[in-house]
Design a protein around this ligand. Sequence first.
Ligand SMILES: C[S@@+](CC[C@H](N)C(=O)[O-])C[C@H]1O[C@@H](n2cnc3c(N)ncnc32)[C@H](O)[C@@H]1O
Length: 199
Amino acid sequence: MLRLFESWGLITNEAGRLTATAASARYLSGKSPDSVASYIATMKYKSSVRELYEVLRDGGANTWHVWRGVTKSWDALMQTDEFADLNTRGMEERGQVFAPHLATLLDCTDESSIIDVGGGSGVYSAYLLMRYPALTATILERPPVDQLARRCLTERKLYPDRARVIAGDMFVDPLPRDASLHLYSHVLHNWGSDKVRLS
Ligand SMILES: C[S@@+](CC[C@H](N)C(=O)[O-])C[C@H]1O[C@@H](n2cnc3c(N)ncnc32)[C@H](O)[C@@H]1O
């Protein structure tokens, strides 16, 4: 929440010292004549805000509430072809924005191989491979996303020579032991800490 408030310009965080900005003092302080605090307070009765509140109270697990037909589990939907395809396309599109920056910021000079756990289309590994020609990658994904990853990496001419794709479950199957770099991108936020420790 603090990061969110910071990005909204409501607080500043200088070495852990949190300070309300002029905007939040003006609009959110009950003492200010311009306060909209009562208006904001009504939001807590909205179902979407309630859901966020419950997630925070639960310790951050189950952050993806979905509703499609009779299915309410994101995890279950991701194992169906149509949703997995749509979601993986979405991850790929977002990755095309972020992955070039990862490849610029993450120094892989001394790395030999990546294991990209829950790697989706493999877009983050792909950009790292494009920047570091000696690097290889393994994408671990559950079916049917593993097939989508193979397709995307083939289009990028990285599969099968520099990238391989393993179908598996990160909570159950042993990870390949030869990787020097373990990449978890937008993966661990879906579960609580007990389950995350398992991966
Ligand atoms: C939010 S997506 C992130 C994909 C990619 N890492 C990215 O950042 O674009 C989470 C991915 O984790 C995969 N995943 C979820 N549970 C998994 C499991 N138990 N084992 C392996 N992959 C899993 C999903 O199939 C999905 O592609």
